[in-house]
Design a protein around this ligand. Structure first.
Ligand code: NAX
Length: 329
């Protein structure tokens, strides 16, 4: 029997948490032979902690053989203690009339605190995946607080966008999802993000040739993927939760599976013309469990370069809004 992995999840009683925890405990994220201890962290709010009790009871009631223990806490020092993976889902939602800069600052405070605590108490091999929005910038803020853990341990989730792009290409071409490959996401997890259809293939052939509708690829396709979150809110009255949880399962699973190539928000290092110090989505190859290298060889045409410049501009602007927070590190 393997040693149980400690998986810390913030926002555990939220919408995404409710779809996520059961998938993790069933083995979907780390495999059917990997026991786990879930360390569930909520905001210090009575209602949230009470809801967390209910979620925990349901986890018990699933009788998952892999689930070896649960920690329920509103104290990050307890919740991140010894954690091998820290899944940062919890964040404050954008309220009515709230400016983006205010959201960035409010959430920035959460990620400063969590970055510091993770660096102090998590396991030596700790990895961090950020989902709470604005995910790329929150990830950069958390990473900036770390002195022990290197920046490449901090990743932001853009996998939902990759899955959305793949599904749209399969639908348009009438092919199976498994026939669609290599549609990677560049930049911010926001409507400016760029799903690079130029490198995608469908049944082994360039997707652009199979679809044969460049206006659709450059227009409706990019727009549908970029604004999918808003479309789901408009239809459901709530933001995407099950698909976000599923994407996080994919994100972590693929980061634990050497050889996999997938879209991850990482410190750009200047690849593809991004500012070197922002966290940008790009294709990475998992080298060994939890480690990755950026794939830097995809050629970008003028359309792609324009899209990347736009999403980079937004990331740089977000960073400027939280510049004072980064200096606290
Ligand atoms: P919910 O509002 O349902 O749940 C968030 C939970 O986080 C709440 O239970 C809240 O009490 C908790 N929380 C707040 N501050 C906390 C703190 N300091 N420590 C621990 N817990 C805290 O939101 P949900 O729908 O679950 O979404 C969570 C986050 O994911 C949001 O920021 C959302 O914008 C973001 N998303 C990111 C996506 C991505 O692809 N990167 C897609 C889905 C989603 O929109």
């Amino acid at each position: 029997m393997k040693t149980p992995l400690r998986v810390a999840v913030t926002g555990a009683a939220g919408q995404i948490g409710y779809s996520l925890l059961f998938r993790i405990a069933s083995g979907a994220m780390f495999g059917a032979d990997q026991p786990l201890i879930l360390q569930l962290i909520e905001a210090p709010i009575e209602k949230a902690m009470q809801a967390l009790q209910g979620v925990s009871m349901e986890l018990d009631d699933c009788a998952f053989p892999l689930l070896k223990g649960q920690v329920l806490t509103d104290d990050p020092n307890v919740g991140f203690k010894g954690a091998n993976w820290c899944l940062l889902v919890g964040a404050k939602p954008r309220g009515p009339g709230m400016e983006r800069a205010d959201l960035l600052k409010d959430n920035g405070k959460i990620f400063i605190a969590q970055g510091k605590v993770i660096d102090a108490v998590a396991a030596d091999d700790a990895r961090v995946a950020v989902v709470g929005n604005p995910a790329n910038t929150n990830c950069m803020i958390a990473a900036s607080q770390a002195k022990r853990l290197p920046a490449d341990r901090f990743t932001a989730m853009v996998r939902l966008d990759q899955n959305r792009a793949q599904a749209q290409l399969a639908k348009k071409s009438g092919k199976e999802l498994t026939d669609v490959k290599d549609c990677f996401i560049y930049g911010n997890h926001s409507p400016t993000m760029f799903p690079a259809f130029q490198h995608a293939t469908i049944s082994g052939k360039p997707a652009a040739g199979v679809i044969n509708d460049n206006a659709w690829l450059q227009g409706a396709f990019c727009e549908t993927v970029g604004k999918r979150g808003a479309a789901i809110i408009a239809a459901r009255g709530l933001s995407s939760a099950a698909s976000a949880a599923n994407a996080l399962v994919d994100h972590v699973h693929d980061l634990m599976t050497p050889g996999t190539i997938h879209s991850v928000g990482v410190k750009s290092g200047g690849n593809y013309g991004f500012d070197p110090n922002v966290w940008a989505g790009m294709p990475v190859r998992t080298t060994k469990p939890g480690s990755w290298e950026a794939i830097t060889t995809y050629a970008m045409d003028d359309f792609a370069k324009t899209k990347i410049a736009a999403t980079n501009k937004e990331l740089v602007e977000e960073r400027a809004m939280v510049a004072d927070m980064l200096k606290q590190g």
